[in-house]
Design a protein around this ligand. Structure first.
Ligand SMILES: [Zn+2]
Ligand SMILES: [Zn+2]
Length: 431
């Protein structure tokens, strides 16, 4: 008798999930990624995509006829460049007397004004050029130089701000970018980064849709008809903070699809807004402050404790999944902390569909070890002499639990008691 379609899909998903979980247990998460998301393999790097959005050409121009081993950009010392020019003839007096200088007063941030001069006093030949082209090779003086945009992008990529670029320029003894120019570039780059991130998420959602279409004929047929079917997916959810100890001002909640290992969505919580901080320090009068606040796009979106960021992000992500992608996150794999799961359940994101919780084998393994060590230390489980619960025995019990979970996965995945029941009779320890 043929098995029902829903059951077949569930079996395929379970199989994919088992492979992924056992891979993760072995510390090998790359296998599932490369084998399940071929649609994303050809995607270009995130920085490159941002440069494209900033209208900075990332391809080597063919007219320069550069070899593969050559590059367009370098950090150069002008004495070295002058040495390089030592045999070149001046186009005016035909003598080998060319030199390259940097005209410091005419620098525009990291774009240096390079001047080719003839040392012969009777000649007077000069030619000058900026060390960087403007964006899209524009000749307009109000278009930014590529190098300045790239340097601000670099500071974004390493998570630093204006000061890091100041340090960089002071180490090399070059003129850096002004704070005002940095802010202008910073705003443009931030907009591009947000756009690029959103674009990447939608491309990821498409890849996930395709992966689920391969496991379910109904989804595949609906996609082939040009529809956007509602898909129930299983996700792993976790929150992370900028620093430990639940005192962080920033936190992020991330949903990862279990079938493909791709990030479906994320939410950033912030308790701090630098613009508000500066405004307060400038002690603006009350009326001006009200006007300013009306126009201000504030970064603060969290006013509760740092710990609650994880559950708040979960509620936001679950409640926007249908509107954003037409996905329902019906299974939540989390690290054992059930506060986020409880918050999601209370918010009832999907009226007619329940969300269920899965436990990560790695975390169950970790929790078991912590509990055993605590028992051994505080309650002297197994006594103090022969037969006591030693560190080695704790490790063994932890490993037995993982083994049991993996062997019994399909039958009793959510039943710790059942697994423990199998371990204890096999490995007798006195309680
Ligand atoms: Zn000359
Ligand atoms: Zn603000």
């Amino acid at each position: 008798m043929p098995r029902p379609k829903g059951r077949r899909m569930l079996e395929k998903l379970n199989k994919a999930r088992n492979v992924m979980l056992s891979d993760k247990l072995r510390g090998n998460s790359s296998r599932s990624r490369s084998s399940l998301d071929p649609a994303l393999e050809g995607q270009r790097g995130a920085s490159r995509s941002k440069l494209d959005r900033l209208s900075i050409n990332t391809d080597v121009p063919s007219d320069l006829d550069l070899q593969e081993t050559e590059q367009l950009w370098t950090i150069a010392n002008t004495n070295q460049l002058t040495d390089l020019m030592s045999d070149a003839l001046c186009p005016n007096c035909f003598q080998s007397s060319l030199t390259i200088r940097v005209i410091k007063d005419e620098n525009m941030g990291f774009a240096s004004k390079l001047k080719l001069c003839c040392r012969s006093s009777s000649c007077g030949y000069t030619k000058s050029k900026f060390s960087s082209p403007r964006i899209q090779k524009s000749n307009c003086s109000n278009v930014a130089f590529e190098i300045n945009t790239k340097m601000v992008l670099y500071s974004h990529e390493i998570g630093k701000g204006f000061t890091s670029l100041q340090t960089f320029s002071s180490v090399l003894g070059i003129s850096g970018i002004s704070q005002r120019a940095f802010k202008d570039h910073d705003n443009k780059i931030t907009d591009c980064e947000v756009e690029s991130g959103e674009d990447m998420l939608y491309r990821t959602a498409n890849a996930i849709r395709q992966a689920y279409a391969e496991t379910d004929d109904d989804i595949r047929e609906a996609i082939e008809r040009g529809e956007n079917p509602l898909i129930d997916i299983s996700v792993s959810y976790d929150g992370t903070w900028q620093k430990r100890g639940f005192t962080s001002l920033y936190g992020v909640g991330v949903c990862i699809d279990l079938l493909t290992g791709l990030v479906v969505d994320f939410d950033i919580r912030s308790k701090y807004c630098h613009a508000c901080h500066i405004q307060k320090a400038e002690s603006m009068n009350a009326t001006d402050l009200v006007v300013w606040k009306e126009q201000h796009d504030c970064c603060t979106n969290h006013h509760k404790s740092s710990k609650s960021m994880e559950q708040d992000s979960a509620v936001i992500l679950w409640n926007r999944s249908v509107a954003k992608y037409n996905f329902r996150y019906v299974e939540m794999l989390s690290d054992g902390d059930s506060s986020a799961f409880k918050a999601v359940l209370e918010s009832k994101p999907y009226a007619d569909k329940a969300v269920t919780k899965l436990d990560c084998i790695n975390h169950a393994h970790k929790r078991m070890g912590t509990a055993l060590r605590k028992l051994a230390k505080e309650s002297h489980l197994g006594g103090r002499g022969v037969g006591r619960l030693t560190e080695k025995k704790c490790d063994s019990l932890q490993n037995f639990l993982s083994w049991c979970y993996n062997r019994q996965y399909s039958r009793c995945v959510q039943n710790e008691e059942c697994c423990l029941g199998r371990i204890i009779p096999l490995h007798v320890y006195r309680y």
